[in-house]
Structure formats: structure tokens, C-alpha cells
Design a binder for this molecule. Structure first.
Ligand code: KG4
Ligand code: ZN
Length: 443
């Protein structure tokens, strides 16, 4: 059974959206365009402050934009992603063509130039509004609102983890809802059931660290080259090692749920490194061959157990998900750690055993990127879920609606772990509950 705690939760914490959604019968109208904006993800200080300039009449799209909205086959969305250290931007067409993709400084201008487009060619701007560090999110939202404001473009606020999952639908055109997703990155470890666009059930999450964090720390303690982040360095070194050399125990064996824990495994790795007198100050490139092989054994043993934990949880999650939605055919694996070949191979075995199909975006679309944000923006935009263009001259000190802690969906009630003491303070109502509340208001 799915927890129903949200409606109370969102009503208590968050004023209700002021403008009714125009979205009806989600699912049956997936490709149907709605010409009016919905109170989708108001990128302003609150729903209330939004209502002032949130009437359909005040939202005047230019002629060319209206034409674009009419011809749903040819939408072009600029996506901006800054939930972590880097900024990425991309331009994606509704048929899935990636027109350009750029990372780091000068992103937006480069993305437009590489696509041979100007802002006038865009249908909308999409930007990550959470979860992530406020400081980083603000950079992207500020940029997005500036562009949208000065070119009278609608704006779509995107959930970073939803974007990791939905980019799989750009790659695999046959990927229909419902499907399952394992999202594994530096900050998140999520198992979800995607029932429909914007409708997710959370089957499991991490009670402490995410797997990417464990890869990064292990790489640092082993003195690896961290220029490309720790994950790829561990993956490479692990190929030389014996994965059975060090006996690490698999996390949460006694908890028969789908949650994750990587803090304990991190400690086991640190102790193993200390007991073998491995000195991280000596880079692996300067280590003796004996030292190198001892480091490789730790990398391989860590990776085996870290991934075994994913395998065990996925197997159970598939059983749970099939009880809720027996028609599920796919497991999407995405997020930075999904670029790992060993992770893919192991999960492929699990999925095959359950007669499902694995869908993994290519590595460049698994790690944070602008394409996933543009694509997710596009998916919501064509459902009519977007905000009107912000005013052209928004004050610098404008308070944006950023959502640093923003769940994707409600927890599957059987999946609640006693091992979790979830801090609920300052958690934003989930994406799913916001969309459902607006749809109820509309009906
Ligand atoms: O999704 P992502 O790019 O950013 C976050 O949202 O966190 O994920 C970054 C994480 C880092 O922890 C990085 O070490 C990990 O993904 N990662 C990998 C690999 N490539 C990136 N982990 C294991 N193997 C890889 N090949
Ligand atoms: Zn990410």
C-alpha cells in the first residue's frame, strides 16, 4: 500500500497552488498539448507570491511560441543543470535529437551556438530546482530566468533525480510507463517505481551515504587519481585486483527492505586500508607493485560488495514493484555510478533472472548533464506543466523557489526501514504530491 501521508503533509507545510492545473487525465493525454500554463514549479519565492502574476491572461506567448505550442512535434528546449559543481547546458528537440551539449563556463551561449540556434528558436527553458545545494541551484535558476525573462519564454522547474530517470526515455523510445528505476549517484541512492510522468513511488533510499560517495572516498584513501572523480578510478583499478581478497560484509543483510547503507562499508574499507599500511599520500602511480596489487584488491573487493548490495535490493524491489504494477518490463539504471561497466553487467543478470530488460543511458547521459534536464523539461512542457516567463527585469535579490531537499515520490509503506530515522525538517513536499494536488484541484 502506498502511504497517504502526503496530502496532510503538503497542506501543512506549503500553501496550495493558486492557479488550477490545466492537466487532465494524466496518461491518456500524454502527448496532448495544453496551451495554458499550469502552476507547475513556480520558480519564485512561494506559490502565493506567484499568484500575482500567474494568470493565464498575463502570460502572453509570442506568435512563434504559440505556433510552436500548436505543433507539438517540434519543441526545442534549453536545459540548464547546476545541482553539483559543474554547470551543464543542452538543447534537445522533441523527437529526441540532441542539438548540442556543453559543460562548464559560457555554457548557455556555447550550447546555442553549437546548435546553430538563438534564444528566439526556443520553445522553453528548463532548469534544475532541486534537490541539490542551494548555492549551486541558484546559479542555474538565475541564469534560466534571465534568458526566459528577456525572450518571453516559459520556464520548467526540473527535479534532478526525475531527470536522471527520464533521460532513459530519450534513449529508448519504447520505454513506456510504468517502469522501475535505480538511480545511483554521488548524493542519492534511489529505487523507484515510475507509474507515470510525475508519479513516482519510492521503494528504497539510502539511510546514510550514497554509493558514489563510497566510491569517491575509497578512491581518495587509496591514493588514486581523482581528476575524473573517484568512481572511474576505482572501476579501472578493480580490474587488476582479486575481488575475494578482502572480506567485506554486505550492508543491511538483516533488513528485508529495499533501502541502502554505505557508511558502514566505507568504515570497513578505511580500516582495511589502515591495517595494510597503505599511504594515500603516495599516489598509485608511484606505488611498488606489491603495494599496487594490495590497493587493487581493496578496490575490487569494495566494488564487489558495494554492487552486491545494489543487486540484492534491486531483486527485492522488482518483486515489490511487480505486485503493484504487474506490467512492468524495464529497469532503468542511471546516475553517475551507472556508467560503471561492472555495475551494468551485474544488474543485467539480476534483471534477466526476473525476465525484465535493463535500460542504461550511455555514460555521458548517466553523469550529470544538461540533456536530461532539457528532456525532462520537454516531457512536462508538452503536458502543459510550466510557468509563465518571468519579468524581464527581475531584481537581483529576488528569492527563488529552490528545493534543496525534495523527494521524488511517496514512500512505499511496506518499505519503511526501522533503520531509518528520517529527518523531515525542511523537506519539500514531493514532486508527485504537488502534481497530484494540482490535478485534484483541476478536476
Ligand atoms: O549523477 P552524478 O554525475 O552526480 C550526482 O548527482 O551526484 O554522479 C556522480 C557520482 C560520483 O560519485 C562519481 O564517482 C560516480 O558518480 N561515478 C562512478 C563512475 N563514474 C562516475 N562511480 C563508479 N564507476 C564509474 N565509472
Ligand atoms: Zn546527478
Amino acid at each position: 500500500m502506498v502511504s497517504l501521508a502526503t496530502s496532510t503533509f503538503s497542506r501543512n507545510l506549503f500553501p496550495r497552488p493558486s492557479l488550477p492545473y490545466v492537466v487532465r487525465a494524466l496518461g491518456t493525454t500524454l502527448l496532448q498539448l495544453h496551451p495554458k500554463p499550469t502552476s507547475w514549479g513556480p520558480l519564485s519565492s512561494s506559490w502565493k507570491s506567484c499568484s500575482a502574476h500567474f494568470s493565464a491572461s498575463s502570460f502572453n506567448l509570442s506568435k512563434s511560441q504559440n505556433e510552436t505550442l500548436g505543433s507539438q512535434d517540434d519543441l526545442v528546449v534549453l536545459g540548464i543543470e547546476t545541482s553539483c559543481d559543474d554547470t551543464a547546458a543542452a538543447i534537445v528537440r522533441s523527437n529526441g535529437d540532441i542539438l548540442s551539449q556543453v559543460v562548464s563556463s559560457q555554457v548557455v551561449q556555447d550550447a546555442l551556438e553549437n546548435a546553430n540556434l538563438t534564444e528566439r528558436d526556443l520553445s522553453a527553458v528548463a532548469v534544475t530546482i532541486g534537490p541539490g545545494l542551494s548555492l549551486c541551484l541558484r546559479v542555474g535558476v538565475q541564469k534560466a530566468r534571465k534568458i526566459a525573462g528577456s525572450h518571453n519564454l516559459p520556464i520548467v522547474g526540473v527535479h534532478h533525480m526525475e531527470a536522471h530517470a527520464l533521460v532513459a526515455r530519450l534513449i529508448e523510445k519504447d520505454l513506456q510507463f510504468p517502469f522501475m528505476a535505480l538511480l545511483i549517484s554521488g548524493g542519492h541512492n534511489l529505487l523507484i517505481l515510475a507509474r507515470d510522468l510525475g508519479h513516482y513511488i519510492q521503494l528504497g533510499t539510502t539511510i546514510d551515504d550514497a554509493i558514489g560517495e563510497a566510491y569517491d572516498k575509497t578512491a581518495k584513501w587509496l591514493g588514486l587519481d581523482l581528476r575524473r572523480s573517484g568512481g572511474p578510478a576505482i572501476e579501472e583499478l578493480a580490474r587488476e585486483g582479486d575481488a575475494k581478497a578482502v572480506k567485506f560484509s554486505t550492508p543491511m543483510k538483516q533488513h528485508k527492505d529495499c533501502n541502502f547503507s554505505y557508511a558502514g562499508l566505507k568504515t570497513q574499507v578505511r580500516l582495511a586500508i589502515e591495517s595494510r599500511n597503505i599511504n594515500a599520500e603516495i599516489p598509485i602511480s608511484s606505488a611498488s607493485s606489491e603495494d599496487r596489487s594490495s590497493r587493487a584488491d581493496i578496490a575490487a573487493s569494495f566494488q564487489r560488495v558495494a554492487v552486491l548490495h545494489l543487486e540484492e535490493r534491486c531483486e527485492r524491489a522488482i518483486e515489490w514493484a511487480l505486485k503493484i504494477e504487474p506490467s512492468i518490463k524495464h529497469l532503468v539504471v542511471s546516475g553517475g555510478v551507472a556508467s560503471n561497466q561492472y555495475v551494468r553487467a551485474q544488474l543485467d543478470q539480476v534483471v534477466k533472472k526476473k525476465s525484465l530488460q535493463l535500460v542504461c543511458p550511455p555514460p555521458s547521459l548517466c553523469t550529470d548533464n544538461g540533456v536530461m534536464v532539457a528532456w525532462t523539461g520537454l516531457e512536462h512542457f508538452r503536458m502543459g506543466r510550466y510557468d509563465p516567463p518571468p519579468p524581464a527585469n527581475e531584481p537581483e535579490d529576488y528569492v527563488y523557489d529552490l528545493r534543496p531537499r525534495w523527494p521524488l515520490g511517496e514512500e512505499y509503506s511496506e518499505g519503511r526501514s526501522e533503520a531509518r530515522s528520517l529527518r523531515t525538517a525542511r523537506i519539500h513536499p514531493s514532486l508527485t504530491s504537488l502534481i497530484q494536488a494540482s490535478m485534484q484541484q483541476q478536476s
